[in-house]
Ligand binder design. Structure first.
Ligand SMILES: [Zn+2]
Length: 422
């Protein structure tokens, strides 16, 4: 594994002429292939393709798992040739990306329900402004909800959180949930705001949750990237900051930029790469904003979850190493319990991610910093629906079922953590 990582690091240094330097107006003919690596040689080969700058990896490489790769029309023949030469089994998962994007747009053209007092519906994907209108509505309607900007993004957008506290925030054990650190994972902010809606507006159904705990929700960890994914490039992942790329590539993978064992593998030095870790830890203002807020509440935080898509995984630290944290068994047991509860309630199957099974480390992730520095004992990351049929382009009619199962995970795990508190 060591040799492999050295090799990976070496490749990452090669400046790649990334296909997405140019804005992509249309994904017509772009396809997502699923490849089935059988062994470390196959994984090594597939990983080397990332440095070509042509292929967009939709899922991380994991031992024993298939990997989804978006391939532009001009590169499809070469890709198939590579896979065939190495005898790596592969298939087309999504035959035309643009077709799914169009479908998403059509389904999203539903009239807003203005009588609700806000613009959120959860039957379509909304811009950030609509999510913020929902935060305003909650603050105006419920005396136990307040909102706060924890700082501005690179492009000057507010990063707003909702605080759900009966009484003064900061006196009870607290829970943090964030979404959208990766811009294109649209079901994440949608699910985070839906869970906020469920917690607050259905409070009477589960009053213990707000009586026993304070809750902090950050719908979008990466508002600039999200806006860009809505207006320009549906498959944009990173932030939108400038770091002097000679190819004009922008942005940092904000989930490779956190300052705990930063740049120790599984991230790229190439400014055009989708996993570029940034020039230094916490180079991204969005990460500094979240870090600084978490540091003010960390002594009360008992649970952290950062929501991604897709693959249906519940992931546990560490990300930077295959060694296990001291409380790993405890975390795994809780995650399995939460997963079983969501499945029992009609949710989809989610796999609890055993870090030693994951071949490629991914250093600089938020969950590592939250456990390692902020010392929040239960630090999770989740990859929501689906398993690849639609990938990031999950149809809007799956938002509510996805959010509901995610909520089931949360309430079961959080209640159990609360019961265990001294
Ligand atoms: Zn993600």
């Amino acid at each position: 594994m060591k040799t492999l990582l050295v090799l990976v690091a070496g490749l990452a240094c090669t400046a790649a002429v990334h296909d997405r330097i140019l804005e992509v107006d249309s994904f017509q003919g772009y396809q997502v292939f699923r490849a089935y690596p059988r062994n470390d040689q196959d994984l090594e080969f597939i990983n080397s393709l990332e440095s070509h700058g042509v292929y967009d990896f939709w899922t991380d490489l994991r031992r024993g798992k298939p990997v989804d790769i978006m391939v532009p029309p001009a590169a499809q023949k070469t890709f198939i040739k590579h896979m065939t030469a190495k005898e790596i089994e592969h298939e087309v998962m999504i035959p035309d990306i643009q077709e799914l994007i169009n479908l998403e747009k059509v389904q999203s053209r539903v009239a807003y329900n203005t009588s609700a007092g806000h613009d959120m519906t959860w039957t379509e994907y909304h811009p950030l402004e609509d999510m913020y209108s929902y935060l305003d509505y909650l603050e105006a309607t419920y005396d136990f909800v307040t909102t706060q900007s924890i700082g501005e993004t690179y492009e000057g957008r507010d990063m707003r959180i909702a605080r759900v506290c009966r009484g003064i925030c900061g006196e009870k054990p607290a829970v943090w949930i964030d979404g959208g650190i990766h811009a294109r994972e649209w079901v994440s902010p949608a699910s985070v705001t839906w869970m906020l809606n469920e917690l607050v507006e259905n409070d009477a159904e589960h009053p213990d949750l707000t009586q026993n705990l304070d809750w902090y929700f950050l719908p979008s960890h990466n508002p600039d990237g999200y806006a860009y994914s809505q207006s320009k490039d549906r498959l944009w992942r990173k932030t939108r900051s400038e770091h002097g790329s000679i190819f004009g590539c922008k942005g940092v993978d904000a989930n490779r930029n956190w300052g705990f064992h930063w740049n120790e593998g599984g991230s790229s030095n190439d400014k055009c790469s989708d996993t570029y870790h940034g020039p230094e830890a916490f180079s991204e203002v969005e990460n500094r904003n979240v870090r600084d807020f978490i540091l003010t509440v960390k002594d009360k935080l008992v649970f952290y979850n950062t929501i991604h898509s897709y693959s249906q995984f519940i992931l546990l630290p560490w990300s930077y190493t295959s060694e296990l944290p001291d409380n790993y068994d405890d975390m795994e047991q809780l995650a399995l319990m939460g997963r079983d509860a969501m499945v029992a309630n009609g949710g989809q199957e989610y796999e609890v991610g055993c870090i030693p099974c994951i071949l490629y480390v991914a250093s600089g992730g938020s969950l590592d910093w939250v456990l390692g520095v902020a010392e929040v004992q239960y630090s999770f990351a989740m990859e929501l629906r689906d398993t690849g049929r639609y990938g990031f382009l999950l149809p809007p009619d799956q938002i509510i079922p996805t959010a509901r199962e995610t909520w089931d995970f949360h309430i079961n795990v959080i209640r159990e953590i609360f019961d265990r508190l001294p």
